[in-house]
Structures are given as structure tokens and as C-alpha cells.
Design a protein around this ligand. Structure first.
Ligand code: PAF
Length: 300
């Protein structure tokens, strides 16, 4: 089976490295320089040991979506380029798997004619060290569900994936994405602003109070039926990933854009539609927006 991995950030490199153990993988990079480094050095994967995986790397401009399955690993805010590109292809790809945080991308996916669309959530922790090196520092699973179409190719993929890099099929994409959204919405902005590891949010009783207040606002907007168990799940994620630095904290530290629009921005838009006040959530949203790009507002 041929697999295309679109995007070569931490997640793209991680997926390409593991999947190349079982599939014929081509990774598509933003720059030609990154593609040539990967072709030259392979992908260096650091976990309990170090392995080098040789995959084909090509610049994104050469992506035609011809593989049996293409996995889109770029961040939410880079999706418009990908979707624009797909719409220009002479024939749209057959099978696409989208791995973005948040739920904002679902509406965008509607514009595609791709017959089989899958979505997923990632529980791995990964850090890109340079253009061809990734460190796998949190072992988890990737959940995947059908958003539209036929699941045959997805099952073929899941059953052939390497055991040490598992994929779990979920019946309902809505629940899967909602669960991830809730965790991201509570953990990511707080850890990014407080500059703490995930576990600090529950170990420090004052931070825990803020976590609780934020969760209460989120639960009201998302009209959660089982708010108490959702809160417990978030607390449990903080416990099991206690030493992790959230993706939003890492993005801010690296002066990158964050996924705040897809996460809190998405919930804030819902709150506005409901005419509901969410003062804590709104403030956190603006604080993160203010901190993006190293605190420099982009003037166009
Ligand atoms: O985005 C992240 O960092 C993770 O998904 C999680 C578990 C919510 C926080 O580390």
C-alpha cells in the first residue's frame, strides 16, 4: 500500500518514520531544502533508541494525491492551502485522512469531492528537532473514524500498520473529535500562558480552580451531556501526560502560530452564536492571540 504523508513537522516526520516500516511512504515537505535533507539523511527517529528510516521526500508542489491513502498532518491554519491544492487536482484523491486538532476543519472538508474522507486524533507526543529528526516522547495511539465514504481502505491500512504505532478505529467521529477538543481547549491555553507542564494544572490547587472554571464555560457552550465524566477525563489526561509540555506551549516558545483559532476560537464563535458570555475563555483566547508571533502583532 502506498501512503503519502503531507507535512513534515513533528507529526508528519513521526508518522512517516513508523509507517515506512510497513508501507511505501512518500513525505511531502513545505520546502525543497527539507525534502533534499530527508532524502539524504533519512528520518532520524529518537525513542528509547535511534532508528533511521529512508522514505521518498518531495516538495509539496509535487503532491498529486496518487497514493492509496494520503495523511494530512499540517496544522489547522495551513489547511486552506491543502484544500485549495486538492480542488485544483485533475482528479481528487480517493482516500484522505485528516489529523488536525479542533473541529473547524469539518466544514472545510465538505467542499471536497474526495469519496473517502477520514479524520483522526493523535495521542502521541513528538518534537521535531531539525528538518529530519523527530523525538517520540509520548507513546499513545491514533484514533481514526470515517467522516464520509467507505471504510475498506481504512481497515486495510489499520490492520497493516506497525504494532508499535497503533491505530484505533472509532465509530463516531463527532465524539472522537469532541473529546480531543475539550482536552485541548482546557489544557493547551492554560499551560501555554502559565508556562507549565500538563500535570501542574492539577497539582497546583489554584491552577486547578482556573481549569475548573474554564471547563464549566466550555461544558455550557458545547452542551456536554456528561460534563462530570468529561472533566474527569481531562484531569486524567493531565495526570497521564503530567510531564508533557502541551503543543500550544511549544508553539509559543518556538514563536510559531498556535491552533487557538481551531480550538478556543471555535468554541468562542459558538458561544457568540448562543449569545452566551464566556469571559474566562474569551480572555484566554485573546491572551494567546496576543502572544503569537512572539507578541508582535502582524501589521499587513
Ligand atoms: O495538544 C496537546 O499537547 C495534547 O493533545 C494534550 C494532551 C491535550 C496536551 O498535551
Amino acid at each position: 500500500m502506498k501512503v503519502g504523508v503531507v507535512g513534515a513537522g513533528s507529526i508528519g516526520l513521526l508518522f512517516a518514520a513508523y509507517l515506512s516500516r510497513r508501507f511505501n511512504v512518500t513525505v511531502y515537505t513545505r520546502t525543497e531544502a527539507q525534502a533534499s535533507e530527508i532524502n539524504k539523511f533519512g528520518i532520524l527517529l529518537k525513542n528509547s533508541g535511534r532508528t533511521i528510516s529512508f522514505v521518498t521526500a518531495l516538495p509539496f508542489s509535487e503532491w498529486q494525491g496518487m497514493e492509496d491513502l494520503s495523511i494530512i498532518t499540517v496544522k489547522q491554519y495551513q489547511l486552506d492551502d491543502i484544500i485549495g491544492r486538492i480542488l485544483q487536482m485533475p482528479a481528487e484523491p480517493e482516500n484522505l485522512l485528516f489529523l488536525q486538532n479542533g473541529m473547524g476543519h469539518l466544514e472545510k472538508l465538505q467542499s471536497l469531492a474526495v469519496p473517502n474522507l477520514f479524520v483522526g486524533t493523535i495521542e502521541h507526543g513528538a518534537l521535531r528537532e531539525n528538518s529530519y529528526t523527530v523525538s517520540h516522547n509520548g507513546f499513545g495511539v491514533t484514533n481514526i473514524a470515517v467522516f464520509r465514504g467507505d471504510s475498506n481502505q481504512l481497515f486495510r491500512f489499520i490492520s497493516s500498520a506497525p504494532e508499535e504505532f497503533p491505530f484505533v478505529f472509532k465509530e463516531r467521529y463527532e465524539d472522537m473529535l469532541l473529546n480531543k477538543l475539550i482536552a485541548n481547549a482546557v489544557i493547551n491555553p492554560l499551560t501555554a500562558i502559565l508556562k507549565v507542564e500538563n500535570g501542574d494544572l492539577i497539582e497546583n490547587p489554584y491552577y486547578l480552580k482556573v481549569l475548573d472554571s474554564l471547563f464549566t464555560e466550555i461544558a455550557a457552550v458545547l452542551e456536554l451531556d456528561n460534563a462530570q465524566s468529561d472533566l474527569e477525563r481531562v484531569i486524567n489526561i493531565c495526570r497521564t501526560t503530567a510531564e508533557n509540555r502541551s503543543s500550544m506551549l511549544k508553539d509559543l516558545e518556538a514563536n510559531r502560530l498556535t491552533e487557538i483559532d481551531a480550538i478556543l476560537g471555535y468554541i468562542l464563535a459558538k458561544a457568540n452564536k448562543q449569545d452566551r458570555k464566556v469571559p474566562l475563555l474569551e480572555s484566554l483566547y485573546y491572551i494567546i492571540k496576543g502572544k503569537e508571533n512572539g507578541g508582535r502583532e502582524v501589521v499587513k
